[in-house]
Design a protein around this ligand. Structure first.
Ligand SMILES: Cc1cc2nc3c(=O)[nH]c(=O)nc-3n(C[C@H](O)[C@H](O)[C@H](O)COP(=O)(O)OP(=O)(O)OC[C@H]3O[C@@H](n4cnc5c(N)ncnc54)[C@H](O)[C@@H]3O)c2cc1C
Length: 668
């Protein structure tokens, strides 16, 4: 896979340009370039490094060190008025692999009904299940159930069989609460219960979309895949309703690159809508307000922003083996050496030991199924997951992390007049969310207070007393599962941005493939869902382009989506045929009809050349990306010249040799 410097990409043409070499972008790059070796595929990634370059990416529990570095976009929300005007940090991966190279490695398929609730043709769980399996090679110390899990995919995931005291006390407490315990909940219709975890970790290293889909072995095979690191896309180049290329910057210089087929936006749920807005594709009135030319008025761009929210309960543990703090902080040097040299030890682990998926009793329910799917996840693990961590490193701590996965509130991504993204997470803007979080926190405390779990607690460090609301407002934070800002839906849906083939409504040659197209954020961890959906999207794109080749061959659409041109071409061709048939019959009135046709075409071979030239001009104009009107004009001009020659020569030839002059005067 050739790596290109930003200046080497300038002005070149590629079949597909993928904006963002993140989670979805890496999947697309792999599948599109290997799906058809004739296609040239370019990935433009703003980050400058890959997983191979950084230990902090390879070793799972070093990921915290990536925040607030060059590998983080370091974005922030606008002040959230329902949580004491706090502005909330929005960390996002800025490197090859994107947020999959930056995240906490929790690997989860979410609930089947989460996908069915999208109500989009081709995107039910039944449609996606083969893609979940296609993506993964699943590892389990017990036998892998191949009816559920894949064994041939690029992404390595492992069933974590931690049998810690913290985890087992928690599971017992959850069982006392009434939850069933499962070894593996993947694929179950009902996702309520307590279980262990799966991780996108294999042999002590992170398995990101970058390291798995764009591995060095793959790199060596793909001469048609090009990657430009350090290329920050600033806008799409839009001609009429057609995306013809992309503008990007590096080191203060502005470059452009052209597409022969499609641009695919995979910059994530915050930055994909931002790029659309900066390109003039979005809500017309909002764009005008910030001085951007409206290319396509698409009201849904940047709306429908969804996320998951977490609230921690932190305690000191009764023994050091219940906490990761010993390995991570007190003996950090030895553990890190262990992680590097033997690929095991504390740094190579997942932080939680177990998770419970639950309903919140007597609370408004926004889940995809009132019976089957959770409203909250309750993780337990030996880490103080709170802002106070720096002052708690010397203690042995654990957290019960309550994650609210079915919020009602919806935020927005907008463009400011300064050209930056304005992210409003709309946290607790719907009051039902506060009710659910409060009641969910009560359930979490009930489990924590169970005698089985109480055995693990030395003392509480963070736990609400009387005032739940104040505690939530002070401590609620994001779990970074942003989705929904380029919603998939039919054209009639005022918030829909892409159709179910992920094509942007009203724009040709542009798709969005990343967490932004999810109409509803799945109620769980969303990295693996993004990967499976990008797998499906790759098949859709390959299929549509194969179909398009047939249509191009038939002259129904053009290479560059010049549908107007193609339609005009078809009308001309149709008129020519209309003219041909009566003329032909007129030329040969006394012959049987078939002989008449043959005689006619045998003697008007210039006509055949005329049609050929017409077809070639249509094809070339399309290929060379000439605008529809110019292309039509040129083809008509050439067609008329050829027609003139055909008429003159055909008449002379036919009059003298075969038809003795009957009617041929009228041929053209
Ligand atoms: C800190 C953190 C922890 C998380 N933990 C988990 C977890 O444990 N489990 C889980 O399932 N999910 C987790 N997630 C969520 C999950 O990782 C993301 O939802 C998912 O990876 C998003 O994939 P994406 O393809 O939509 O975007 P991304 O993977 O973010 O990819 C977007 C890519 O586009 C690039 N880009 C953006 N703008 C431009 C531009 N203008 N020009 C060029 N390139 C650009 C970015 O640099 C990035 O590489 C976590 C997320 C974060 C941030």
């Amino acid at each position: 896979m050739p790596r290109l410097q930003p200046n080497e990409i300038h002005n070149r043409d590629f079949d597909f340009i993928i904006i963002g070499g993140g989670t979805a972008g890496c999947v697309l790059a792999n599948r599109l370039s290997s799906g058809n070796k004739e296609y040239t595929v370019l990935v433009l990634e703003a980050g400058t490094v890959t997983q191979q370059d950084l230990l902090e990416v390879q070793i799972p529990l070093l990921n915290g060190k990536l925040k607030k570095t060059d590998q983080d976009w370091q974005l922030k929300s606008v002040q959230q008025r329902n949580v004491d005007d706090r502005s909330i940090a929005v960390p996002l991966g800025k490197l090859l692999g994107g947020s999959s190279a930056f995240n906490a490695c929790i690997y989860h398929r979410c609930s089947p009904s989460d996908y069915d609730a999208w109500n989009a043709e081709g995107w039910s769980y039944r449609d996606l299940q083969p893609y979940f399996r296609k993506a993964e090679t699943f590892h389990d110390e017990k036998k892998v159930d191949t009816s559920i899990h894949g064994t041939q995919g690029p992404l390595h995931a492992t069933h974590i069989s931690k049998s810690t005291q913290l985890g087992s006390c928690f599971k017992k407490a959850c069982r006392n609460y009434g939850l069933n315990e499962y070894r593996d909940m993947t694929d179950l219709t009902c996702q309520i219960g307590v279980t262990g975890l799966d991780a996108s970790i294999y042999q002590g290293h992170r398995s990101s979309a970058g390291s798995s889909y764009l591995s060095s072995e793959f790199e060596a095979q793909q001469s048609n895949l090009f990657i430009g690191l350090g290329c920050k896309v600033t806008r799409l180049m839009v001609q009429g309703n057609n995306v013809v290329g992309v503008e990007y910057t590096n080191d203060g210089k502005v470059y452009t690159v052209n597409t022969k087929r499609e641009v695919i936006l995979s910059a994530g749920a915050i930055l994909s809508p931002f790029i659309l807005l900066a390109s003039g594709i979005g809500p017309g009135s909002e764009l005008k307000e910030v001085g951007v030319d409206v290319k396509v008025d698409l009201p849904g761009v940047g709306k429908n922003l969804q996320n998951h929210w977490r609230v921690p309960l932190v305690h000191e543990t009764v023994s050091s083996d219940m906490s990761l703090h010993d390995g991570l902080f007190k003996r950090a040097k030895e553990s890190l050496e262990q992680a590097i040299n033997t690929r095991d030890g504390t740094f190579t682990e997942l932080w939680p030991d177990a998770v419970a998926y639950m309903k919140v009793p007597n609370a408004p329910d926004n889940s995809s199924s009132i019976e089957n799917t959770p409203q909250i996840e309750l993780f337990v693990g030996g880490l103080a997951l709170c802002r106070e961590l720096p002052s708690l490193k010397h203690l042995d701590c654990a957290t019960l992390l309550m994650v609210y996965v079915t919020p009602f509130s919806k935020g927005t991504v907008k463009l400011t007049a300064e050209g930056t993204p304005s992210i409003d997470l709309a946290l607790l803007s719907d009051e039902r969310d506060l009710e659910c979080i409060e009641k969910g926190l009560k359930v979490s405390m009930q489990i924590a207070d169970d005698t089985e779990y109480a055995k693990c607690i030395k003392r509480w460090i963070m736990r609400p007393d009387e005032d739940l609301t104040e505690y939530i407002k002070a401590n609620v934070d994001t779990l970074h599962h942003y989705a929904g800002t380029c919603k998939m839906g039919p054209k009639e849906d005022p918030l829909a941005v892409v159709d179910n083939r992920l094509r942007v409504h009203g724009v040709d040659g542009l798709r969005v493939v990343d967490a932004s197209f999810f109409p509803i954020v799945p109620a769980g961890q969303i990295c693996y869902p993004v990967i499976a959906c990008a797998e499906r999207a790759s098949d859709i794109i390959l299929e549509d382009n194969k179909r398009k080749l047939v249509l191009i061959a038939l002259g129904i659409v053009g290479f560059t989506n010049h549908i107007v041109f193609s339609i005009v071409g078809w009308i001309i061709a149709f008129l020519l045929v209309l003219v041909e048939i009566p003329l032909c019959l007129k030329v040969c009135p006394t012959s049987p009809k078939l002989d008449g046709f043959i005689a006619y075409f045998e003697n008007c071979y210039f006509r055949a050349i005329l049609y050929l030239v017409f077809a070639v001009v249509m094809f070339l104009s399309n290929l060379l990306n000439v605008g529809p009107l110019i292309a039509c004009g040129v083809s008509l001009l050439l067609a008329s010249i050829c027609y003139g020659i055909a008429a003159f020569t055909g008449q002379a030839y036919a009059s003298s040799k075969i038809l003795g002059g009957t009617g041929v005067d009228n041929v053209v």
